[in-house]
Design a protein around this ligand. Sequence first.
Ligand code: SAH
Length: 267
Amino acid sequence: MKHDLSSAPARGHVTLVGAGPGDPELLTLKAFKAIQQASVVLVDDLVNEAIVAYAPATARIVYVGKRGGCKSTPQSFIERLMVTAALEGENVVRLKGGDPFIFGRGGEEVEALQAAGVRVSVINGITAGIAAVSSLGVPLTHREQAHGVVFITGHAKPGASGTDWRALANTARQSRLTIVIYMGVSGAAHIQRELMHGLHANTPVAIVQSASLPEQRHTVCTLGELEATIAREHLASPSIIIVGDVLQGLLAADVGGDALTQSPRAA
Ligand code: SAH
């Protein structure tokens, strides 16, 4: 759905567009049309170049991620750029990986645009967590194995203000939840250690790198082996870590074999 989030009088317009997990075919038709009509496109990291290429040749393309090893553009600069372009009458598309409202700072951008009196609308994208789980052929929820799902960042710093992984593990066990962790690879040791206070070491886990792209690969292991498996298989960002009993069948199938496999979608 395209959601119009603004009630303020129109003074320019920005569309936050979800580019999906990577595969251009997973883009929504609405997103595709919005990109084709853009005159200015602000592009995040992890947006496939093939999707950026749908913009008109005349469009101004601004990369605001960490491409080329540069530090990412400050959020305040991105917001100012969007406001200025919108007020100049440009058709501004803010292209974000996955869904704009899942860990994409989309909420902050909407607030900044609305504060400047700019109209904002949002076009959803398929978030990486959903694409990653589906690519393994397992559901996020299941009548017997999972009654719900938690999307959570692994990036929050440990400590008082960070995620209480122990509490989450207990809730996930008691309420039968699948845990889908974004940005969790570098903090996997801490996450594993903390989750094991509430979940068994033999809880199935999967790590999916570059979901939906030709270079996708994944491995399935147990929670107790999470960190060692990531290190051994050199799994890196962008990856999704999935924890939960929906992976039980996959874990059983992988036991004794080489768990690391290329995606069935890979060429
Ligand atoms: N808004 C995005 C998430 C942005 S946070 C979304 O909805 O998907 C960036 C994190 O998303 C990465 O560190 C990684 O954990 C995850 N991610 C993004 N694309 C991915 C992909 N193709 N495969 C696996 N993980 C991905």
